[in-house]
Design a protein around this ligand. Structure first.
Ligand code: ACM
Length: 815
């Protein structure tokens, strides 16, 4: 990104955020108030001045040979209509040669600038070249140029976000902006998405949402340049799409008797309220057409062989056992799945034939996830198919099932997408894999030359909690806060550049077991959808959390104007407890919300509207017991966000201990312990583990915090001991990463407690240290599975890095 100018006011506002880790938004990103464009364009050069839309401004549309003038006109009219309404300006649309000279918004469709020109909407993913656009705003006018209608469409989204108080869709919102009315800041933008597939999923099987809402959902995607809507239409708990050949699918399959109440599985408690709903074929056509006008491809998902109980309730003869089946009222995975018999394929091909008539998408999603094989193991029909086809096991039978469906789809010009379980038993030859159980499925498929879409449940399952569970509505579990979604990288690091080209993009998934209302859907996807939109559109090197957070309030104001619900983001600046050497400590906070209001307390209580208002220069008196700052965003209309809390504690520099040079040897002593531990406190009575090469039984030495080669593949414990010397007095932050538990002690302080079994991740803690040697102990246990331990440090004059070997010492052998 090239950026040149930035107002002094904005630079001042951004400065405190530099202290909150991450990139440097002042150097790296455009002024967020003049250019609140989201997702961030690939290249944006800020200009001076602005172009004002007035009663005289004309829109002039021109096109080159091969362009579809009518389509171009439609794309522009759909955008300029709301702008006319909002501004009261006439903004007449003229054709080529009709505009005359002078000031204008000039829109040019020049087919053939890039590949993939003139791809009609909806007929395929347009591809990034067709989505590319160039936008230039000067004091004399606006020029937007693209080689295909998708590019024009995205250029207009960007233009909408540049007009203060306007959203991507050309509609108005209150309060944005730093320019005069209907002005566009001077700028030069060259923009292309990073990925051709930028998706959002919605599960309407668990809870049904009508077409009005589905269109709103599509609007949201389109406003932030997402281009795929993955519509999860069939489930154990409901079949939601009318199929003329099989009317019982909706007559029977679209209603369940009730839903499980919260998480009352055992004993089961239901809510006693029937839940029903489906889309008629006309409604489906309406949504598909609506999405097509917004350059969103709708990919339908028809689940098979699992998650199909609603269909089995309607047509029990498709199962391996006689039934009867009820549309499920509780969530989970079930053993009742389609049986691989001929009538099942006749049925599925009939369903897919109608689905293909309704959805022009190049891809049809067939599910493939979570299909237990017990029913097939016990079924004479399934076993006979395995014998006939020479299949070794039920995994291969599933693979055969999916291949057969793929052949059918391919014969009709469509491609198959499946969840990563379709890798098991062998991947269908042309399948695209949706990697959801982490990234492994995506990596395996890409290495095998298959296209993949990354939707790992750890990062982009938007049904997961996005904050402190005690402050959030009931969710299925997990934890994927806004910052983590923003930090998600869709291309796994282990892929070669050639393999990485198979990563078409990423998608956020919203499963709706615990999401019953449209407001709740919006709450779960927003603002995380905006973070994901930037992940899949913007160049990875330009991504900057602080910049995103500064542009976010503008977009939340747009959502407010449109009556869209969202989770009010957490206050930034209270992510971690802090140690300080000063008796008054500056607390820097930022609320990425319209109005930017923050209320806080210093006594540990929850802040409300009546609490102190943060004005940007809070100096907190700090004690050795610590002072707790609790803060939340409060919007101008009184809505309150979740609160966050951090403790600020006055540190006293720990005095060093003497360690004469004659007693020092390099590295740390390490003792091993045999056995399986659930905590690092379990070593005391454990048997020593021989690590070899050491001075005594179970004792060895290592250059730093690392697992000795002699450690077994299974469970064990380690205790590293020695001394650490810091080069300067001050506050040091230690980051201890481990799989499983670990604990760092320096002097008499526990600095990082990361105990208990867990996957690899880092935890941090701070300690104030005098210059000189301090006793150090790291305990670590490994319970089997992944393994590793690593200690990093940052402090005065030291940016984050592994603790240098030169900072460590142990007592020399024989002393
Ligand atoms: C899934 O979440 N079962 C794909």
């Amino acid at each position: 990104m090239r950026t040149r100018t930035m107002s002094a006011v904005t630079a001042g506002l951004l400065l405190p955020l530099l202290l909150l880790v991450g990139c440097d938004p002042e150097d790296d990103t455009p002024d967020p108030d003049r250019f609140p464009v989201l997702p961030l364009p690939a290249e944006l050069e800020e200009g001076r001045g602005e172009f004002a839309l007035t009663g005289e401004t004309r829109m002039v549309l021109s096109w080159g040979e091969g362009a579809d003038a009518e389509l171009a006109r439609e794309v522009v009219e759909r955008w300029v209509g709301p702008l006319r309404e909002a501004s009261g300006l006439s903004l007449p649309l003229a054709g080529p040669g009709e505009g005359g000279g002078g000031e204008a918004v000039r829109i040019v469709w020049k087919p053939g600038i890039g590949a993939g020109a003139a791809v009609a909407p909806g007929e395929g993913l347009p591809g990034v070249e067709a989505e590319r656009y160039r936008l230039e705003v000067t004091g004399r006018g606006v020029e937007l140029e693209a080689s295909a209608p998708a590019g024009l469409y995205y250029g207009l989204r960007t233009l909408g976000q540049l007009i203060p108080g306007l959203g991507a869709d050309g509609g108005e919102y209150a309060g944005g902006g730093v320019l005069s009315a209907w002005s566009i800041p001077a700028v030069e933008i060259e923009d292309t998405p990073r990925f051709p597939y930028r998706g959002m999923h919605l599960d309407v099987g668990r809870h049904f949402f009508g077409t009005e809402f589905v269109k709103r959902y599509v609007d949201l995607l389109a406003s932030y340049k997402m281009n795929v809507f993955h519509w999860h239409l069939t489930e154990d708990q409901g079949w939601r799409i009318e199929i003329a050949r099989y009317p019982r699918l909706t007559e029977v399959g679209s209603c369940r008797a009730e839903s499980i109440l919260e998480k009352n599985f055992d004993p089961y408690i239901g809510d006693g309220v029937p839940h029903c709903g489906f889309y008629t074929q006309n409604e489906i056509r309406e949504v598909v057409a609506y999405a097509r006008e917004r350059f969103v491809t709708v990919i339908p998902e028809i689940e098979m062989p699992g998650h199909s109980v609603a269909a089995l309730a309607a047509y029990p003869e498709l199962a391996c056992t006689p039934g009867p089946f009820q549309v499920h009222t509780r969530w989970g995975v079930t053993r009742d799945i389609y049986c691989p018999k001929e009538e099942t394929f006749t049925f599925l091909e009939g369903v897919l034939t109608e689905v293909m008539e309704l959805f022009p998408s190049p891809y049809i999603h067939i599910g493939g996830d979570e299909a237990p094989k017990a029913a097939w193991e016990e079924s004479a029909v399934a076993q006979e198919v395995m014998r006939r086809e020479g299949l070794a096991d039920e995994e291969e039978l599933q693979s055969w099932f999916i291949r057969r469906i793929e052949s059918f789809l391919n014969a009709h010009g469509r491609s198959l997408i499946g969840w990563d379980e379709i890798l098991e038993g062998g991947l269908a030859p042309n399948a695209t894999v949706m990697s959801w159980r982490g990234e492994d499925g995506g990596v395996a498929a890409a290495r095998d030359g298959h296209d993949v879409i990354m939707t790992p449940n750890g990062e982009v399952y938007l049904d997961h909690y996005q904050g402190d569970a005690l402050q959030e509505p009931l969710a299925i579990g997990g934890f994927s806060p806004l910052e983590e979604v923003y930090a998600y990288e869709p291309v796994p690091g282990e892929l070669s550049p050639a393999e990485a080209r198979h990563v078409l993009g990423a998608q956020g998934n919203l499963w709706t077991e615990y999401i019953t209302t449209t407001q709740h859907v919006e709450y779960m996807v927003l603002p995380r959808l905006l973070a994901l939109a930037e992940v899949v559109w913007s160049p990875v090197g330009e991504r900057c959390w602080e910049s995103f957070a500064r542009r976010l309030p503008h977009q939340l104001a747009v959502l407010d104007r449109a009556g869209v619900n969202y989770r009010i983001p957490d206050v930034m600046g209270l992510e971690k407890d802090r140690l300080t050497l000063e008796e008054t400590h500056p607390v820097e906070m930022f609320a990425p919300v319209p109005g930017g209001g923050i209320r806080y307390t210093l006594d540990g209580t929850e802040p409300g509207r009546g609490s102190a208002q943060y004005s940007g220069d809070l100096q907190v008196p700090v004690t050795e017991d610590g002072v707790v700052v609790t803060a939340r965003a409060v919007l101008p209309d009184g809505r309150e966000g979740p609160f966050r809390r951090a403790r600020f504690t006055l540190g006293r520099l720990l005095p060093p201990t003497s360690l004469p040079p004659t007693l020092r040897a390099q590295g740390l002593a390490v003792e091993g312990f045999e056995g399986w531990f659930a905590t690092v406190d379990g070593f005391e009575s454990a048997r020593p583990l021989a690590l070899g090469g050491g001075p005594g039984e179970g004792v060895s030495h290592v250059p730093g915090i690392q697992i000795p080669d002699e450690a077994p593949d299974t469970a064990f414990g380690l205790r590293f001991t020695g001394y650490i010397r810091v080069p300067r007095p001050g506050i040091y932050t230690f980051h201890l990463s481990s799989d499983d538990g670990s604990r760092l002690r320096i002097g008499d302080r526990v600095v990082v407690d990361h105990d208990g079994p867990h996957a690899m991740d880092a935890r941090s803690g701070q300690v104030a240290l005098h210059r000189g040697w301090h006793p150090l102990e790291v305990r670590y246990f490994q319970g089997g599975g992944g393994r590793g331990v690593r200690l990093e440090v940052e402090g005065p004059g030291t940016s984050r890095r592994e603790v240098p070997a030169g900072w460590l010492a142990r007592v020399a052998p024989g002393t």
